[in-house]
Design a protein. Structure first.
Length: 155
C-alpha cells in the first residue's frame, strides 16, 4: 500500500486544500489492528524516536486502508496541543470514513495521561457528530504501544 503524508494549506481564496508532502510504499494493505498501526508509525515516521510529542491522524476508508496521514501537532517533551477542528478539516478533505490518532510519549511510558483520555473522548464525540468514527488512539513508546481500543477507552 502507499502511505501518503499530506499537509493543509490555504489557497488564494483562503480555503483549506490538501498538499501532498511525500509518499512511501508500505508492506501492509490494511491497518486493522493496533500493533500494525504502531509499527507503521515507527517504520515510516519514526514516532518512537522523536524527542518531542507529535500527534498524527491516519485517515482511512471503510476497509481500514489509509488514504492520508497528517502531522497535526508538534509539541514539547510532554505535551502536544490540538483541537478537533484541525483534525476533522483534514479528515473531511480526504473523504475519511474513520480516523486513527497516534502520538508518542518520548519518556517511553505509554500510560495515557488524564489529558490524553479527555482529548480522546472529545475527538470521539466530535467524530460521532459528523459521521467520522474514531477507530483507535495509539500511544507509541520506545518498544511498545498503548491502544485505547484494546483497553476499552474507545468503543
Amino acid at each position: 500500500m502507499r502511505i501518503i503524508k499530506y499537509k493543509t494549506l490555504l489557497n488564494k481564496d483562503k480555503l483549506n486544500i490538501l498538499v501532498k508532502e511525500r509518499s512511501v510504499n508500505y508492506q501492509f494493505e490494511q491497518l486493522n489492528n493496533p500493533e500494525l498501526i504502531a509499527q507503521m508509525m515507527n517504520d515510516v515516521f519514526e514516532l518512537n524516536k522523536q524527542s518531542e510529542e507529535f500527534l498524527y491522524i491516519v485517515a482511512v476508508n471503510t476497509k481500514c486502508k489509509p488514504i492520508g496521514v497528517f502531522e497535526v501537532s508538534h509539541g514539547t517533551v510532554n505535551n502536544s496541543f490540538f483541537s478537533p477542528r484541525e483534525i476533522f478539516i483534514k479528515a473531511l478533505l480526504t473523504g475519511a470514513v474513520y480516523i486513527i490518532l497516534a502520538h508518542n510519549h518520548p519518556s517511553g511510558d505509554i500510560t495515557p495521561s488524564p489529558d490524553d483520555v479527555e482529548a480522546t473522548k472529545r475527538i470521539k464525540e466530535a467524530g460521532d457528530l459528523i459521521g467520522i468514527g474514531l477507530l483507535d488512539h495509539i500511544i507509541v513508546g520506545d518498544q511498545n504501544y498503548y491502544s485505547f481500543k484494546e483497553n476499552k477507552l474507545v468503543l
